[in-house]
Design a binder for this molecule. Structure first.
Ligand SMILES: O=c1ccn([C@@H]2O[C@H](COP(=O)(O)O)[C@@H](O)[C@H]2O)c(=O)[nH]1
Length: 274
């Protein structure tokens, strides 16, 4: 099953547009994992098990692993996800961008080493830097369009022929780059007006939308701006707000993560239709 079909099936199966981000920060892990060599694996597996029936995707951010030299733990987590929850798409957030020969190696890393269903890439170096990922036609290629950070406007809002660059990227990906129907776009929840503009340009193309939770993006505005006619079309990502949810009485970190994931999933669902 290709990435887009797997994502559609996960939207329906879990009645969810929530993407759970896996950004393990050693300084914020539960005390009981402190000093354990596989603390990241234990933490992420517990979060995955606690939220798998509430999520349409999991999104590990590679920097949190690479910075610690913990790529082996990322490999183990990806293998666990693929074996235990094969119906849930695994999105590797790597934001790669390089010349074709190097991009091919990054694609192998994402799709072969980690077995990701999709990977995030930058459009900045043009189509020949993105094309190598398309040698894996069953995988998703998720192109940065209008990112969630304020500084994204520095370049993404530059006027190109009477409209902002992010709109040009959206149309370019939808009309030219998406040859195999495997592309998606990143648009931040912190900019719902731009989500609406992108949705108008790209039809039903899936959008990866980070920025709810810790970054303060408005769930209702995001869903109303990005939903497709069938009330789907989005992977709305939340990482820190779920991973580091404050436990209430009787909860451990995983139960707290599950509670926040459920609340976020339900808040999204409240605005998917009508
Ligand atoms: O525009 C973007 C693209 C990617 N991200 C990534 O999403 C998560 C957000 O984490 P939160 O804790 O929910 O803020 C993180 O991995 C970013 O690298 C983004 O935030 N914005």
């Amino acid at each position: 099953m290709n990435f887009i079909n797997k994502l559609s099936a996960a939207w329906a199966r879990n009645d969810s547009l929530l993407c759970v981000g896996l950004d393990p920060d050693l300084a914020r892990l539960p005390a009981r994992l402190e000093g354990q060599p596989d603390a990241i694996v234990q933490f992420c597996k517990a979060i995955i098990d606690a939220t798998a029936d509430l999520a349409c995707a999991f999104k590990p951010q590679i920097a949190y692993f690479a910075a610690l030299g913990a790529e082996d733990q990322l490999e183990e987590i990806c293998a666990y996800l693929r074996a235990t929850y094969p119906h849930i798409p695994l999105v590797l957030d790597a934001k790669r961008g390089d010349i074709g020969a190097t991009a091919h190696q990054y694609a192998r890393e994402a799709f072969e080493r980690y077995g990701a269903d999709a990977v995030t890439v930058s459009p900045y170096m043009g189509f020949d830097s993105v094309e190598p990922y398309m040698e894996w036609p069953d995988r998703g290629v998720i192109v940065l369009c209008r990112t969630s950070n304020a500084g994204g406007s520095d370049l993404q809002f530059l006027d190109v022929g009477g409209r902002p660059l992010y709109q040009h990227v959206a149309q370019l990906v939808a009309e030219k780059w998406n040859r195999n129907g495997q592309c998606a776009l990143v648009v931040g929840a912190t900019f719902p007006d731009e989500i609406a503009q992108v949705r108008k340009l790209v039809g039903d193309m899936p959008l990866l939308i980070p920025g709810v939770g810790a970054q303060g993006g408005d769930v209702e505005a995001t869903v109303k701006a990005g939903r497709t006619a069938d009330g789907a079309g989005m992977m709305i990502n939340s990482s820190r707000a779920i991973l580091y949810a404050t436990p209430q009485e009787g909860e451990d970190f995983a139960a707290a993560a599950r509670r926040v994931a459920r609340e976020t999933r339900d808040a999204i669902n409240a605005h998917r239709r009508g």
